[in-house]
Design a protein around this ligand. Structure first.
Ligand code: FES
Length: 618
């Protein structure tokens, strides 16, 4: 049956009261995305994580097997279903709880860049041209070119068409805008002080844009949004799957990211009180898949062995070509990537942290949806990618969630368990930093052994507080659970627990990173003590407590003072590239010179991984 002959139904999302009309069979995740309600879908809609629960108050469908797995009988009765599994087959009204939403998470817009000499790609020159005469019959374009310092610029056809009328109308008082050897615009009067660009960090989860005044190098505004592609899964593999399984999938994702960037540009321009046409250049970093999607390049083969990108080098395109609304002749520069799973965001980190010039061994760790690692020695740069993120982002953890309102983000064990909840709300889940804290604290007091086994109270050392011992309860499949928040203090109907399985998930995630670090160090011929600095990049890195991360073996055993937070270094790299052509060239050099290590191809990876899954002895 052709799709357009299928009936459509209205779905209203509460409490916003937004109604969309969707085709029968559409999932609620997709319908919500159309209504601008972005749901948290850590497993990419496979029905395994149970994070996308919504309450269907009008016409709930019969519960699926996945619904039964993640919702109690009472909840099913109240209309709770997994939005990724529920399909629209009649009119619906759906209440989206806070825990299922994506908007509330901490968005990091902070970063550490270097002071960069201003050398933007787009430059402006105010010109007072000599008027033509019988003695001076040079063509208009030649007259303009002769007045420029750089004589060999080529005007675009559009500019050639504009020049004769414009220069006469404004008495030969104009500003020439040039970029990459092209004359991209001629403007009336002196606009040389109106030259802006926006640097983007396009994360799988969050998109941040920095509006930069290219005449001063100063940041004029910053804005951020959740990446709207999240409606199609929150890891790159789900997004790639969407492009391969849907005829218009790539276009749909490309259009969404372009619209998101346009929103951010608009918000920045309003905040800085400038016009869209004063923005001439965009630079962008992101993982390789995000870069491909932005450019409309199929990312399909990035996710298939041998994980090959379509393009590694930086790409320059006109903004118009990819739907970005800035000056009509504005440009977009996407920084180069390194490999299928090490993208331009890592190039941005290397650039911002100046790792290409490292005088001592430096390790950078960027834990996002994946974990990207870079080791710089005075001789070389080596990088690898590990599948680390899901546990730290809450996926596959029973009560895991992102760092949003209601998430516990800090835990300490004193005479009992103490914790902090973001937004001073009833506890709804546990975010990555609290997961690390709790496991580190359980190890410290002796309630967890180095194999990762949660001990029954009778096996715990005598100094473990009784209140802590009482938190051990019997969970699913006779495994033990650790109760963090009792039932009466949570935002849902049940206690908030850490399960034995959660601990295994954390061991897998931290084991992947630690094994990657071990192999990079081996490849660089270094021991951990030789590391002069360990740099923690990215949103998650910024919130990790270093001592606790070292205790669980996530970070190498170097003194805490050598572990530095560098914030949104990828975004800082994008800003540097916007400010300076030299930085763009350095980014190209980084991409060419950085050696990529495919961990899956290493014979020693399994051994390193198995030993890295254990927790270090105290
Ligand atoms: S269960 Fe629906 S997104 Fe994971």
């Amino acid at each position: 049956m052709p799709s357009d002959s299928r009936p459509h139904f209205h779905v209203t999302f509460e409490p916003e009261g937004r109604t969309v009309s969707v085709m029968a069979g559409t999932t609620l995740v997709e319908a919500a995305g159309r209504a601008g309600v972005i749901l948290d879908t850590p497993c990419g809609g496979t029905g395994t994580c149970g994070k996308c629960r919504v309450q269907i108050v009008l016409n709930p469908p019969a519960p699926s097997e996945m619904d039964r797995r993640h919702c109690s009988d009472d909840e099913l009765e109240q209309g709770f279903r997994l939005a990724c599994q529920a399909r629209v087959e009649q009119e619906m009204r759906v209440v989206v709880p806070l825990t299922t939403r994506f908007f509330d998470q901490k968005i990091l817009t902070d970063g550490r860049g270097l002071r960069v000499a201003l050398h933007p790609t787009v430059t402006k020159a105010h010109l007072q041209l000599a008027e033509p005469s019988i003695e001076d019959q040079r063509a208009d374009a030649d007259r303009l070119r002769a007045a420029l310092v750089e004589k060999h610029v080529e005007p675009s056809l559009k500019v050639l068409r504009d020049i004769p009328g414009l220069i006469r109308k404004h008495r030969f008082d104009v500003t020439a805008v040039t970029a990459e050897g092209r004359l991209i615009a001629v403007e009336p009067g002196n606009t040389s002080h109106q030259n802006y660009g926006v640097a983007f960090d396009i994360g799988t989860t969050t998109v941040v844009g920095f509006l930069i005044d290219l005449t001063t190098g100063r940041e004029a505004a910053v804005a951020a949004r959740s990446n709207p592609q999240i409606a199609f899964g929150d890891d790159v593999v789900s997004r790639i799957r969407h492009t391969t399984e849907n005829a218009n999938g790539l276009k749909e994702l490309q259009t969404r990211i372009a619209a998101c960037m346009n929103d951010i540009i608009g918000e920045c321009c309003r905040a800085a009180k400038i016009r869209l046409k004063d923005v001439y250049e965009i630079t962008a970093v992101g993982n390789t898949t995000m870069g491909h999607i932005l450019l409309g390049i199929p990312p399909e083969f990035v996710a298939q062995a041998p994980y090959v990108a379509a393009v590694r080098r930086s790409v320059n395109v006109s903004a118009r070509e990819i739907g970005i609304r800035i000056h009509p002749n504005g440009l977009v520069h996407v920084l180069p990537n390194i490999a299928g799973f090490v993208g331009a965001d890592t190039v941005g980190v290397i650039l911002a942290a100046d790792m290409i010039e490292a005088k001592e061994p430096v390790l950078a760790i960027d834990i996002g949806t994946n974990g990207e690692l870079v080791l710089a020695t005075p001789d070389k740069l080596i990088t690898c990618s590990t599948a680390a993120g899901p546990a730290f982002e809450g996926a596959r953890i029973k009560h895991g969630m992102r760092a949003a309102t209601g998430a516990i983000d800090k835990i300490m064990i004193t005479s009992d368990v103490e914790y902090n909840v973001i937004g001073d709300a009833p506890a709804q889940g546990l975010c990555g930093t609290a997961l690390i804290d709790l496991v580190a604290e359980l190890l410290r007091v002796g309630a967890l052994d180095t194999m990762g086994r949660l001990l029954p109270p009778e096996e715990m050392p005598g100094n473990v507080p009784d209140a802590v011992k009482r938190r051990i309860v019997s969970g699913e499949n006779n495994a033990l659970d650790f109760v963090i928040v009792p039932k009466d203090a949570t935002a849902f109907d049940g206690p908030l627990v850490l399960t034995q399985r959660d601990i295994r998930e954390l061991q897998l995630a931290k084991g992947a990173i630690a094994a990657g670090v071990a192999i990079l160090l081996k490849e660089g011929g270094l021991s951990p003590e030789a590391l002069g600095r360990v740099l923690l990049a990215g949103a998650f890195g910024n919130f990790i407590r270093r001592k606790q991360a070292k205790r669980i073996g996530l970070l190498p055993d170097v003194t805490t003072d050598r572990i530095l937070y560098i914030g949104n270094a990828a975004g800082a790299g994008a800003r540097m590239a916007l400010l300076s052509r030299r930085c763009k060239n350095t980014a190209d050099r980084i991409s060419e010179e950085t050696e990529y290590l495919e961990l899956a191809a290493r014979a020693d990876f399994q051994t390193e991984f198995m030993s890295a899954m254990l927790f270090p002895e105290a």
